[in-house]
Every structure is written in structure tokens, then in C-alpha cells.
Design a protein around this ligand. Structure first.
Ligand code: FES
Length: 168
């Protein structure tokens, strides 16, 4: 008979430690996974979304294009998210500008100020932008409007992620 016998007290300690460790890891692992998983998700940037705007109908006058990103994933949460862009033709090129004001994030409108009909206007604090998105000096916005990546497919406009304005 072996002399390394496990006493009842040791056996009970090992059992409690084993079961306790199992329960703690069972509790912590889902929390750790929950915290880390969104970081591991592939970003949607670089993808293009279809809009209802026909490219052939675009002119040199900016028009507002509204579109919806269906089942946009944010961690585990999926939802439909609506976006809009101001889009016009600049020669052969399509220009799509973000409507988000660079002052405090209000939505800008084309020709919203009667005294400056050929500019973008932000009604929140009277911010103004030129047609190419450049902020008018002396108004609150501190930078130009962002630009969308654009693509044409089957005659329709597709919009991608935003980037810094390359027209200014
Ligand atoms: S938020 Fe646009 S000017 Fe202030």
C-alpha cells in the first residue's frame, strides 16, 4: 500500500478548487469573448452600398441621395441605418460629399441660405461650404466636408466609406 495517500481534507480541497476554477472560468470566458469579439470582426469599410440614384440623372447641381445600409453590424447588434450624401457631376467625375457639418455635426443643405445659393449651408450656426466642400473662412466649420468613395454599377450610384476631401 502506498504511503502517499490523500487525506479526506486534501481530497475535499482539491475537489473544491477544481469545481471553483471550472465555475470561475465558465463565468469569465464569455465575458472576455464578449469584450474582445467586436475588435476581431472584419470592418465594413471598403464595401459599397447601392443607392436609388441613377448616374445618368446626375447634373452639376448637387442633389441629396438617401440610402440605407441593411443589417449593419455593430458588435452583435444588427440594424438598418440610413445615410445621405450630396452628389453632383464634376465633368466626368461623380462627387459625393458627406452632409455632416465639420463644426458640430449638423446636416448641411445645398442652397439653404438665400444670400449664398451656390453653397452648402448649415442651419445650426450659419456655417457655409463651397460646392467642392471647402469650408468658407469666417464661418464656424473648421474643415471641409468629407467625401464618399463612389462607384457606378449597372447605371446606379454606389457609395463607399468617407475619406478626407480630395477636392480642396
Ligand atoms: S454645426 Fe454646422 S455650423 Fe455649427
Amino acid at each position: 500500500m502506498s504511503k502517499n495517500r490523500v487525506s479526506r481534507r486534501q481530497f475535499l480541497s482539491y475537489t473544491i478548487m477544481g469545481v471553483g476554477g471550472f465555475m470561475v472560468s465558465g463565468t469569465l470566458m464569455p465575458m472576455l469573448r464578449f469584450a474582445v469579439d467586436p475588435v476581431l470582426q472584419k470592418s465594413g469599410d471598403g464595401d459599397y452600398t447601392a443607392t436609388p440614384q441613377k448616374v445618368s440623372e446626375l447634373t452639376e447641381t448637387p442633389v441629396r441621395v438617401d440610402y440605407t445600409l441593411v443589417d449593419r453590424e455593430d458588435g452583435w447588434y444588427k440594424s438598418d441605418v440610413s445615410y445621405s450624401a450630396w452628389v453632383y457631376k464634376n465633368g466626368d467625375k461623380i462627387v459625393a460629399l458627406s452632409p455632416v457639418c465639420k463644426h458640430l455635426g449638423c446636416t448641411v443643405n445645398w442652397g439653404g441660405d438665400e444670400s449664398h445659393p451656390n453653397q452648402f449651408f448649415c442651419p445650426c450656426h450659419a456655417g457655409r461650404y463651397e460646392k467642392n466642400g471647402e469650408n468658407v473662412k469666417g464661418t464656424p466649420p473648421i474643415g471641409p466636408l468629407d467625401q464618399y468613395e463612389v462607384m457606378e454599377k449597372d447605371g446606379f450610384l454606389y457609395l463607399g466609406g468617407t475619406k478626407a476631401n480630395e477636392l480642396v
